[in-house]
Design a binder for this molecule. Structure first.
Ligand SMILES: Nc1ncnc2c1ncn2[C@@H]1O[C@H](COP(=O)(O)OP(=O)(O)OP(=O)(O)O)[C@@H](O)[C@H]1O
Ligand SMILES: [Mg+2]
Length: 365
């Protein structure tokens, strides 16, 4: 009697197992994601059929060990993938990583890997299970958006350069000629004509001021320092010039950043121009702190003033377009604008742009 009961129990377990395998098979077939199950004790990896079909392989041409599989990962991504696995094994935490994998047609397929460690007996890590999603389309779309955004920024800047050139060459030179004529007239003026001489002096002073204004406008439209000196020095130089013009005390602190893409640099420069102009126009502040930082993933530029603060923190409500334009530009680059303020406690503006580039902390310009 006891034997018969055991067999019934076993049958039940087998039936449950078959049912759950069936469910797993349906689940795997019904999803676009692939499954990858790595037994850390035996070293054997199970790839679901979807994994193979995503990449165009057949089961017979696919590798069943981690090292062989790693050979199909793009050389630039291998180290990152290996590190993610090692960290997952040590920490037991889920991981998420993007990498390129070679298809049978010798193309690269972008895959999002999400996985976690499964502990076996005595809590020893025994398996890593992960799902893989093909994100090549999404990557291509992101790339197109990025290219388009860069084009928008470049064409805006090209237009500003053109205006800057025209201001400098046309208006600037015409005004210089006018000033020379005024000088000639003044010299030719007969003695005793004091009233006219005074008026001429005023006209000369006005043309000098206007010339200076045009020169500074032309420079602001085309920040040559960004190309010649690099981001941090250009920002610092702008702060120094601005402080002289407005009598604001501006403290600048910035990490040097090598090879920041032009779109990123010019966007941060425009942010600084708008932020400082706003402080001068609206804040009634006497001190400003500007800081450029980088944490390996994103560049941040903050502008903090000690003025009266801002009531409306939603960009665009006041009718001004300065901060809206900056926010749009930051969005083009996948970045964002943060505004924090309280009445009487000044304004803190932070622009953030993701960037995975290099930076050299010893090289501070
Ligand atoms: N540092 C600041 N302190 C106090 N208020 C500010 C500050 N910066 C911005 N503001 C407020 O936010 C509003 C929006 O700024 P924004 O730069 O978008 O527009 P604007 O400066 O008024 O006009 P525009 O930039 O188009 O010439 C301003 O009108 C002002 O009321
Ligand atoms: Mg403004």
């Amino acid at each position: 009697m006891a034997v018969i009961q055991d067999i019934t129990g076993l049958r039940q377990i087998e039936a449950n197992l078959a049912a759950s395998e069936e469910r797993l098979r349906y689940a795997l077939e019904g999803t676009n994601d692939a499954l990858w199950d790595w037994n850390l004790e035996t070293g054997v990896i199970f790839f679901s059929p979807r994994y193979l079909s995503m990449l165009g392989y057949e089961r017979k041409d696919h590798y069943a060990t981690f090292e062989r599989w790693l050979e199909t990962v793009h050389p630039e991504d291998r180290e990152k993938v290996r590190r993610a696995f090692d960290e997952a094994r040590q920490s037991g935490l889920p991981y998420r990583i993007e990498c390129r994998i070679l298809t049978k047609d010798q193309d690269w397929c972008w895959m999002l890997n999400r996985g976690r460690l499964i502990a076996g007996e005595e809590r020893r890590p025994s398996r890593i299970i992960r799902t893989l999603s093909d994100i090549s389309e999404q990557k291509r779309a992101n790339e197109q958006i990025r290219n388009l955004s860069n084009q928008i920024i470049h064409s805006q800047e090209e237009e500003r350069r053109r205006i800057s050139r025209e201001l400098h060459d046309e208006a600037g030179q015409a005004l210089t000629a006018l000033r020379i004529y005024l000088d000639i007239i003044k010299k030719g003026l007969s003695e005793g004509n004091e009233k006219l001489r005074k008026e001429l002096d005023e006209a000369i002073a006005l043309s000098n001021q206007t010339l200076e204004r045009i020169r500074s406008l032309a420079q602001g439209l085309r920040p040559a320092a960004l190309e010649t000196l690099g981001l941090s020095s250009a920002l610092k130089g702008y702060c120094t010039e601005f402080a002289k013009k407005t009598h604001l005390a501006i403290e600048y602190e910035g990490e040097s950043m090598e090879s920041v893409p032009y779109e990123v640099g010019i966007t941060l420069y425009r942010f600084l121009q708008e932020g400082l102009t706003n402080v001068a126009k609206h804040a009634q502040a006497d001190r400003v702190w500007v800081r450029l930082g980088y944490d390996g993933h994103r560049i941040t530029l903050s502008i903090i003033d000690n003025g009266k603060g801002m009531v409306e923190k939603t960009v665009g409500r006041s009718g001004g377009i300065g901060l809206i334009g900056i926010e749009e530009r930051l969005h083009y680059l996948g970045g964002e604008l943060q505004i924090t303020s309280a009445p009487g406690e000044g304004v803190r503006l932070i622009a953030m742009i993701p960037w995975e580039g290099r930076h050299d902390p010893n090289h501070d310009r």
